[in-house]
Design a protein around this ligand. Structure first.
Ligand code: IMP
Length: 511
């Protein structure tokens, strides 16, 4: 007969944290949110850590290069999706790794013969007030001068005159040589009191621009996640079909961390994959496994495979219909609590600490906080990042509100990539495990994370914790009744003109 568990499958919204002693002098800016992604042996330092406990999901509609750059700049990590050809995924990893923070390609360029009227229109279209003048009007042409909105007056000068007559000619332009470090470029900007520094190769061709405002921006991002060569870090998802080709290609492209992307990782194909990676690369590679929802799933991936971290969650994702399609899954809180308990036992038995990632179904900031309090070392989110400016999908206006498309990896849309790959034998999708949807656009990655992490730090102070490890140790949680969930919102008051929408338990809420 089947085993029926006594415990009910529970979700995050059923729990609340009980405040503990807040100490005088605890301050949000002193809270340490760094967390390991690799297994930690004894008292050794983790081989790889992130600076905030947040990663973005291995999904086409989430983890593109723009998001990967934006998230790494905040201290987190994106996992570039593997539901694409190996070459294109490797190219995306390469793009993130080659993103030189501070060095940007010029996207508004002109020629000497262009009229002031033309350059004014270009400035209006792009919003850029500094425009390089190159011999052919491209971003890599020979630099002949720079024109800015300070070089002519729209209502005083004759706008039919040419750019050449008003620009600062190359002989007077302060520029940097290709190969210069960002620090040196900023020193030049500072010394010459400039806002923009063109970078030229030895033939005088433009290669990049460095802006003073980006220097200030860099100072505002002290948690930026950088590798030893000061390049941004990026993760890459892999699958059980082609890891023997994909992993070497991604490694060569510079991926820092790997993770198997599977809705059910308790399977022998994934075990083979993790073992193969360990045999080939030993501990040089950080590889995560999952997803699992039980202690035995954890043991399988860690004890038998040697996974660095374990991803927990089946069926909780916002676009996920796995539970109704296949009847498998588990409430995310119950799954996480069981795996964390087993992780802690394993740690006590072996001295090996395995970071746990809570993946999917986080519907608001409170649930992120509860997941971390319950023992997750970091969370993976899809919808949260799909709603940002930097997600790879186009903005769409519906009834006057801006939305972005968001679809599951188990949809026909996501799986279609295989039709264009050489190996068409791998999957014939008989049913979908995800849906194709829209989510509201809520702002930039920096803006949404700022709020989420501010709340997290605030709650950690309520619990008297200065680090995520202390938060886990000190957290006391209580189950709440349905009635107290109702009470958690406002009660017995009238709110006029509050603009509240009904589903106020979600990040999509404009309030
Ligand atoms: P979200 O943060 O609630 O949107 O959930 C994102 C997570 O859902 C991902 O990290 C995956 O674990 C999971 N997921 C992605 N695509 C699908 C799908 O098509 N079906 C089921 N789960 C999915």
């Amino acid at each position: 007969m089947a085993t029926i568990l006594d415990d009910i499958s529970r979700t995050f919204s059923e729990y609340l944290l009980i405040p503990r002693l807040t100490r005088k002098g605890q301050r949000p800016d002193q809270i340490d949110l760094s967390t390991p992604l690799s297994a930690v042996e004894g008292n050794n330092a983790a081989r790889f850590s992130i600076n905030i406990p947040v990663v973005s999901a291995c999904m086409q509609s989430v983890s593109g290069t723009r998001l990967a750059v934006a998230l790494a700049r905040q201290g987190g990590l994106s996992f570039i999706y593997c539901s694409q050809a190996i070459e294109t995924q490797a190219e995306m990893v390469r793009l993130v790794k080659s993103h030189k923070a501070g060095f940007v390609q010029s996207d508004s360029n002109t020629t000497k013969t262009e009229s002031l009227e033309g350059v004014l229109a270009l400035m209006g279209r792009t919003g850029h007030s500094t425009v390089p003048v190159t011999h052919d009007g491209t971003a890599s042409g020979k630099l002949e001068g720079i024109i800015t909105d300070k070089d002519f007056w729209e209502f005083e000068d004759d706008l039919t005159r040419s750019v050449g007559e008003h620009m600062t000619p190359i002989e007077e332009v302060i520029f940097g040589r290709e190969g210069i470090s960002l620090r040196e470029a900023n020193q030049l900007l500072h010394k010459h009191k400039k806002d923009c520094l063109p970078i030229l190769d030895d033939k005088g061709h433009l290669t990049a621009l460095v802006f003073k405002k980006d220097y200030e921006d860099h100072r505002r991002h002290p948690l930026e996640l950088l590798d030893e060569s000061k390049r941004l870090c990026v993760g890459a998802a892999v699958n059980t079909h082609d890891y023997q080709q994909r992993v070497p290609a991604l490694l060569q492209a510079g991926a820092d961390v790997f993770c198997f992307d599977s809705s059910d990782g308790f399977n022998e194909y994934q075990l083979d994959g993790i073992r193969w990676i360990r045999e080939q690369y030993g501990n040089d590679i950080v590889i995560g496994g999952g997803n699992v929802v039980s202690a035995e799933g954890f043991d399988f991936l860690v004890q038998e495979g040697g996974a660095d971290f374990v991803k927990v969650g089946i069926g909780g994702g916002s676009i996920c219909i796995t539970r109704e399609q296949k009847g498998i899954g588990r409430g995310q809180a119950s799954a996480l609590l069981e795996v964390v308990k087993r992780r802690d036992e394993y740690h006590a038995e072996t001295g090996r600490y395995i970071p746990i990632c809570s993946d999917g179904g986080l519907a608001n900031d409170t649930q992120v906080v509860v997941a971390l309090a319950m023992g997750a070392d970091f969370v993976m989110m899809g919808r949260y990042f799909a709603m940002t400016e930097e997600s790879p999908t186009p903005k769409t206006s519906i009834n006057g509100q801006m939305y972005k498309p968001y679809w599951g990896e188990g949809t026909r849309r996501a799986q279609n990539w295989q039709r264009y790959s050489e190996d068409m034998s791998t999957r014939d999708l008989k049913f979908e495990e995800g849906v194709d949807a829209y989510v509201p656009l809520v702002g930039t990655t920096a803006e949404v994370l700022d709020t989420t992490l501010f709340k997290l730090r605030g709650t950690m102070i309520n619990v008297g914790a200065d680090s995520l490890a202390e938060f886990r140790e000190q957290a006391v949680l209580t189950l709440v009744s349905e009635q107290s969930v109702i009470e958690a919102g406002t009660s017995n008051v009238f709110q006029f003109n509050s603009g509240r929408i009904v589903d106020d338990n979600s990040w999509g809420n404009p309030n």
